[in-house]
Design a protein around this ligand. Structure first.
Ligand code: ADP
Length: 255
């Protein structure tokens, strides 16, 4: 007689199972939503440069404009953008799929930091910002993949330079008991409090039109964060609009 009144929810195991299935379904829906958003973002990103290139080519073909060095420069610029986008996407797909091999070993990051600061300083213009390193040659050993760490620093330094007109970009290091940290501090345009939580999202750019002119794809920081996390580290940002930004990441110390 009691069995007729019995429902699934009276059996704790089944109840538990139903809950897990619901959770699984919800997370699959999320994956599907993310996938759709990714494709829609991608389409948008690819369409803009393609439209510009096609527009110029058609105008030239129809005899409406004369091909000039300026036009070829525009075409080259948009083509480069497409190339960067494809390269960044390939990199992003590698870090997100987990197929990127990471080879961590105990290293001193100081030589990498000095050579990068030197390399970027050589590219800086007279009227632009200056680059400084505040770190010690006998830094503690870090458990890091040097190539991936170089990629992280190249992205952060590239951004700092791209978004800073004058002042100083300072690369500073330090450590606590478990982690070694590197901070890239700039005196650039800064990021508003509303924008700050989004900077590590893929395809996100503050003020899309302005960033597009600076050649950004909005993928760099998404890759950067994954590269830090794949090495067991963390990355954070703090910023004040109009004053500058600090991107700081840490990697585990080699014990
Ligand atoms: P992008 O290729 O557009 O630079 P990122 O993922 O590297 O893509 O950065 C995302 C956005 O975050 C940038 O478009 C820019 O709006 C903002 N941003 C990143 N770094 C800085 C910085 N140092 N100063 C100000 N804004 C920054």
């Amino acid at each position: 007689e009691w069995s007729e009144r019995m429902s699934f929810s009276d059996i704790p195991e089944l109840n538990q199972l139903a809950l897990s299935f619901n959770k699984m379904a919800a997370s699959l829906q999320n994956v599907e939503k993310e996938r759709r958003e990714l494709i829609s973002d991608l389409t948008h990103e690819l369409r803009t440069p393609l439209t510009i290139v096609r527009g110029y080519l058609e105008e030239i073909a129809d005899g409406h404009i004369e091909p000039s060095p300026l036009i070829y420069q525009q075409l080259a610029k948009e083509t480069k953008r497409l190339e960067r986008l494809v390269n960044d996407l390939q990199e992003l797909s590698k870090v997100e799929s987990g197929y990127l091999p990471i080879h961590q070993k105990p290293v001193n990051l100081y030589p990498l930091l000095t050579s990068l600061v030197q390399r970027f300083s050589d590219q800086l213009l007279e009227e632009g910002p200056t680059l400084q390193l505040d770190s010690k040659p006998d830094s503690p050993l870090v458990l890091a993949d040097l190539d991936r760490t170089e990629q992280i620093l190249v992205n952060l330094l590239g951004n700092a330079i791209r978004y800073t007109e004058t002042g100083t970009i300072l690369v500073k290091t330090g450590n606590d008991l478990n982690f070694f940290w590197v901070a890239v501090m700039d005196t650039g345009i800064g990021i508003s409090p509303e924008d700050l939580p989004h900077v590590f999202e893929r395809f996100w750019r503050a003020d899309r039109s302005r960033s597009r002119n600076s050649g950004g794809t909005g993928i760099g920081l998404a890759i950067t964060r994954r590269l830090v996390e794949l090495q067991g580290g963390r990355i954070a940002v703090s910023s004040r609009l109009g004053e500058g930004s600090t991107f700081q990441f840490c990697l585990p110390l080699a014990k």
